[in-house]
Design a protein around this ligand. Sequence first.
Ligand code: ZN
Length: 248
Amino acid sequence: VIVATAGPIDLGPLLFIVFGAALFCGVVFAGVLVLAARRRAQLVIEGAVANVDEIEEAENRLRLLGGGPQPVFPGSDDFLDGAQSSMLAIAQARAAHQLETVAALLTPDYYETLLAEQRAAAEPPAQLDVEVVAARIDEREPGMPMQADPSVRQDIVVAWFGATLRLHTADRRGAPLIKTTVTAQVWRFVRAQGRSDQADPLLAARLCPNCGASLGDDASGVCGYCHQVTVGNTQGWLVGAIEIQPLT
Ligand SMILES: [Zn+2]
């Protein structure tokens, strides 16, 4: 007769299994949480879906791209400051569908182009945060014939901006969603040739920043010759084109 002297049950292996299973579930659960967090932070980058690390990587690339040599000319530092202010104001006005508020910063043609885009826009107005990561002057072409009227000459300066854009929008269920885009953009600025870099009040100068025509006594704030909106841009640089560059 074999008496099974079943001693106290050895719980060791069982506990090991239970703890092991719990640990495994915990790791899986934590993984799901991390993924969910990533998905919430998952962001739209030009041409690619990315997470926070990728955004940092893209921003570092922008810093490298922005560090190259750039043309220097009298007033180029002031130019870049003013250009950046214009860029911020225009980008935010576009996102908010309030382009009318920045008409004085755009050439008449480009204003019309962007206004048409705004009217046709499918996305609702949204708040946009812009973080300029790097900025530089790309090129400068003084005294170029104006496209619409070659008898008028303009100074052209092309500015390059690397920026992270955060658009405060909503998902399909209406929950807040921030769409982040890291982008490199080329902005073309024009100004009537020979305008002073001194921040002379435009109304004192009474000259159109776009074509240089005299504004005379007209108080409408619109140039009678080229229809530039002239109020509120003392430096006189106007944005004539914006081009998004692929971030490679
Ligand atoms: Zn004009």
